[in-house]
Write a protein that binds this ligand. Sequence first.
Ligand code: HEC
Ligand code: HEC
Length: 329
Amino acid sequence: MAMFLKRAAALGATVMMIGLSTAAAQAPSAPAPEGAPAWAYLVKPPGYKLPPDDGVPRHVPGSTVRYKVSQLRDSFLAPDWHPQEHPAMPAVVGRGRRPDVMACGFCHRATGTGGPENANIAGLPRAYIVRQLREYRSGARTSAVKDRLPTDLMMATSKALTDAEIEAAADYFSAIKPTPHIRVVETARPPKLVQAGWLMAVAPGKATEPLGRRIVEVPEDLEQFEARDPHARFVAYVPPGSLARGEMLARTGGESAMSCATCHGEDLKGMDDIPPIVGRSPTYMVRQLYDFKVKARRGEMADQMEPVVANLTIDDMIALAAYLASREP
Ligand code: HEC
Ligand code: HEC
């Protein structure tokens, strides 16, 4: 992993170039194939540094626990702010295994809620989690945008996992009940935004900016999110009209004529080993629809999504993701 991290750091410049070229490809271009939407695959801006550790222990609402900033930045620790809210964390979730397996709960948070830069894995079906981890490990599941550090680290971590660790993590995360934490707001002018590392946040002040054709998902309280509190809540700004259009597309399947409910269940909360798609990060959802479309996700069951995404435009994906995120998980 140490070597991998060095390589990843060296890749910083390349990553930015990819970010720029995908942004350029995002200009309206139908019917030619659309490039990866850069806003969904955010990369850290060059030179971005976390604020220095001020030595002040952090706390979050509703918890008596205190963590030092250095602990909150330790990739072999899942901060456990609300220990009463989940079953005992297996070692791989809470601490990982040095040197190659970072703690699952460091990125995905102690109860799997995650953030827009990774994935909410709370309450996913056990067999689905196992399949995804094996497919990251085998290389069948990758990302449309290469050299984006969060996904690269997910893939690197999975390569070092034992089958027993995969089973333990899947048992744990599948047993957690997902909770609502996203508020979807249709608007053409969200508050002015800034990039905070791997995600967007609201800039101080009262200014606004045009949304355009994208989803911007921001934490309601950036500090709480950065403290890795699974109670962190998000607002997703989506273009006006997305919710109604997304509902129509989910119901009819658009050109594919395949209603999402056929496979994801009547309430879209998942069925057997097919995952739930409601109440989850809309940014993550758009990445997945796009990854299926360009076959960066080619696992054992990914072909079922092929006809569904074949004719979806980025605007369709935005509408679907907005609608799905607006529903209770
Ligand atoms: C360095 C941060 C990081 C660590 C550590 C990490 N993940 Fe991930 N994980 C990610 C990212 C980023 C994604 C989403 C990639 C994308 O958007 O395609 C992801 C995706 C997943 C998914 C797919 C979710 C879905 O709905 O398909 C599962 C399951 C998962 N991780 C489980 C785990 C488990 C279990 C561990 C611990 C063994 C772990 N992850 C450790 C960053 C991480
Ligand atoms: C024919 C069955 C089928 C239909 C119809 C279908 N899906 Fe899926 N979907 C799947 C399967 C199977 C998977 C899991 C693939 C895998 O394991 O790699 C999946 C996965 C997904 C994922 C990834 C979730 C995650 O956790 O990473 C998203 C997003 C998704 N589907 C959205 C949709 C939407 C939106 C629709 C309707 C427009 C839809 N699906 C219709 C079968 C289907």
